[in-house]
Design a binder for this molecule. Structure first.
Ligand code: C2E
Ligand code: MG
Ligand code: MG
Length: 627
């Protein structure tokens, strides 16, 4: 269109519609605020054919300055110089400042002829309008959550541009843009919150050091690498002796300060790149990849030296007796849990001589720790110090929550969380499994009732161990619990590991048959690890097979695992059983399992085990994500 000619109504509306549609496209595509603004300005000039477009954010500072964010058809720096402020001057105001101050679109038609702009204050702006050839300007406020963020300014070459219909459409574009900015900012906030949550999950709040969970992850990775490269690795466990006494005498606040100061020294000594974690109330672990006995001893000596200096707390000088235990890969253990446990066990040997270190010395230490744990576990059961966690199970095809697994947790007051794999084995060996199972059953029925009463029909499955299958009072107890809580049988399921079934197949079959008489659903857990025969399987009155995570986790990398998973699903279905895959950590696993018709997934991809009272929030979040 030649300049200075008034466009027809149709032309006006059609360029605005083009802009609106291209603008909406941009909104959907961009994931970054700056990029969104840049693209929007580009779309307005290129697709809409307007002369120029720019977005400015109004600052609420003393000068009411404008931060010009993006422009098309004009140089940003030049604009910043020409229109640095949205304050009204003696001689009037620009379209931008009117839009920002009133919250309404502002239009100046016939820019060059408008008497308001003939004052010297606008001389440079007018010069620019003349030189660049625009004749009308409209500014649209960008409103975000009731506040005015700034405005988008659009200029047209024609002196009488922007008819009413066109203005309406462009105002809509500005509203959409503001909405898009709001959405992107919300995403940034969300991401930050998630990062903060992830940080909390992996760090200790007192020292901000990595916590036990984080250490576990890093240690497992380091072990994989060490295995791959045939290199040793050392784990140094530092413990402050008598910490309880220090706490008792000086108070918890001073105890915390002591830990913080020691942590600070360790952090300094671990620079630049050694991995250090706080793993218990008064315990730290240092991970030393590619390090054997010599290197470990040297580092233990160096760190203990640093910790040896007395600590000043509230004017008092305290000697903190720190000792270290060392465990080496592969000599003292080949998995994370064992190494950690053994490095911890070794500390006791070092304790008598303060500030010394000791290497792990074998079974004797393990036994001592076990004995200690057994008596503490007994107390923990009696004092109700265990916690019930549950982990969601989700039907793969519908993505609906199909139930949860009850998993017991023990947070040792000094040693922190004890791995269930370890303490359940201990409980089995020490004849503590019956009280432990009873505790879990009580907790699971109570939780089942809480959900049932709230109208949530969410089956909760309880793990039974091999010893439970021999407990002659088990069935009676479960029956009693059903009567006590009045729960329908379909709300409590039971999982029995394949290896437990195989320990004594006859008794197992017998107990399962009696459990089945209660009308509950039964699972074979950790399937694939117990070598049961097909003929035995056929006899078992079970409803579900749970494929062990050791097959599921590597299934996307290992062909062998993939074929085991696939054939287990097929075999299960052929036997009329439903199949759960456990240890689903990635989308790739999920997709593969879905393609093979696996019924249910359980794993970190869906949700980690969580305290029972966190489940409803998790469910709401999961359901929102599916919507
Ligand atoms: P399980 O019954 O096979 O339970 C599943 C275990 O796999 C849980 O470990 C769970 O946290 C873990 N897991 C689930 N999804 C994933 C994943 O995606 N990635 C990884 N890396 N792990 C995943 P947890 O809670 O440590 O329990 C270990 C075992 O201890 C259980 O294996 C079960 O055999 C036993 N256990 C736990 N609670 C109880 C209980 O109350 N009674 C009995 N008898 N045994 C229990
Ligand atoms: Mg289980
Ligand atoms: Mg399992």
């Amino acid at each position: 269109m030649p300049p200075n000619k008034k466009p027809s109504k149709l032309e006006c509306v059609s360029r605005a519609l083009r802009t609106l549609s291209a603008g909406n496209h941009t909104l959907l595509r961009t994931s970054d605020e700056q990029e969104l603004l840049r693209e929007m300005c580009r779309v307005i000039t290129e697709q809409g054919g307007y002369h120029l477009a720019c977005v400015g954010y109004a600052q609420n500072d003393e000068n009411k300055s404008i931060q010009w964010m993006e422009c098309a058809g004009i140089n940003k720096e030049h604009l910043q110089e020409l229109v640095p402020s949205w304050a009204a001057s003696d001689s009037g105001q620009t379209a931008f400042s009117t839009a920002v101050s009133t919250g309404k679109p502002s239009i100046v038609r016939h820019v060059l002829a408008d008497s308001a702009y003939t004052t010297p204050a606008y001389a440079r702006l007018m010069e620019f309008a003349k030189a660049s050839g625009y004749a009308s300007v409209a500014a649209f406020p960008l409103q975000l959550e009731g506040e005015i963020l700034g405005a988008i300014v659009i200029a047209a070459a024609d002196p009488d541009g922007f008819d009413d219909e066109e203005l309406k459409l462009l105002n809509e574009l500005a509203d959409d843009l503001a909405y898009g900015i709001g959405g992107l900012r919300m995403q940034v906030k969300h991401r930050k919150a998630q990062e903060a949550i992830a940080h909390l999950a992996y760090h200790d709040s007192l020292t901000d050091l990595p916590n036990r969970t984080y250490l576990h992850k890093r240690l497992e990775e380091a072990i994989q690498l060490a295995k791959h490269q045939h290199c040793p690795l050392a784990l140094l466990y530092f413990e402050v002796g008598q910490f309880h006494k220090i706490n008792e005498i000086l108070g918890h606040l001073s105890g915390d300060q002591l830990i913080q100061q020691l942590a600070q020294r360790l952090v300094e000594a671990a620079k630049p790149d050694k991995f250090l974690a706080r793993v218990g109330e008064a315990a730290f672990v240092l991970l030393l990849p590619f390090t054997g006995a010599d290197g470990a001893a040297r580092e233990a000596g160096r760190f203990l030296e640093v910790l040896h200096e007395p600590v000043e707390i509230s004017g008092l000088t305290i000697d903190a007796p720190v000792s270290a235990g060392i465990a080496l890969f592969p000599g003292h253990g080949t998995d994370a849990e064992a190494l950690l446990r053994r490095a911890n066990a070794a500390v006791d040997k070092a304790k008598p001589a303060r500030g010394s270190y000791a290497f792990y010395q074998g079974q004797e230490q393990e036994n001592a720790r076990r004995l200690k744990l057994v008596s503490e576990l007994q107390r923990a059961i009696e004092r109700n110090e265990l916690r019930l966690y549950c982990q969601p199970k989700v039907a793969i095809a519908s993505r609906q929550i199909s139930g949860a697994e009850a998993l017991v947790r023990w947070e040792h007051p000094l040693d922190g969380p004890i791995n269930p794999g370890e303490f359940i084995k201990l409980a089995e060996q020490a004849a503590l499994i019956t009280p432990l199972t009873n505790w879990v059953l009580d907790a699971a029925f109570r939780q089942g009732y809480v959900w049932y009463e709230a109208g949530v029909r969410r089956p909760l499955s309880v793990n039974l161990s091999a010893h439970d299958l021999h407990d002659i009072r088990l069935i009676e107890r479960i029956q009693g619990l059903f009567s006590t809580w009045g729960l329908p049988p379909e709300l409590i399921h039971f999982e029995i590991t394949e290896s437990a079934l195989m320990e004594d197949p006859k008794t197992a079959l017998d107990t399962l048959a009696r459990l089945k008489e209660l009308d509950v659903e039964l699972y074979i857990d950790d399937f694939g690890t117990g070598y049961s025969s097909l003929s035995y399987l056929q006899k078992l009155p079970v409803d579900w097979i749970k494929i062990d995570q050791s097959f599921v986790m590597p299934m996307t990398e290992s062909r062998d695992s993939a074929s085991i998973v696939r054939s287990t699903i097929e075999m299960g279905h052929n036997l009329g059983l439903r199949v759960v895959a456990e240890g689903v950590e990635s989308q790739a696993q999920w997709d593969q399992l879905a393609a093979w018709g696996c019924d249910v997934a359980q794993g970190f991809l869906v949700g980690k085990p969580m305290p029972t009272d966190a489940f409803d929030d998790w469910e709401a979040q999961w359901s929102r994500a599916q919507a």
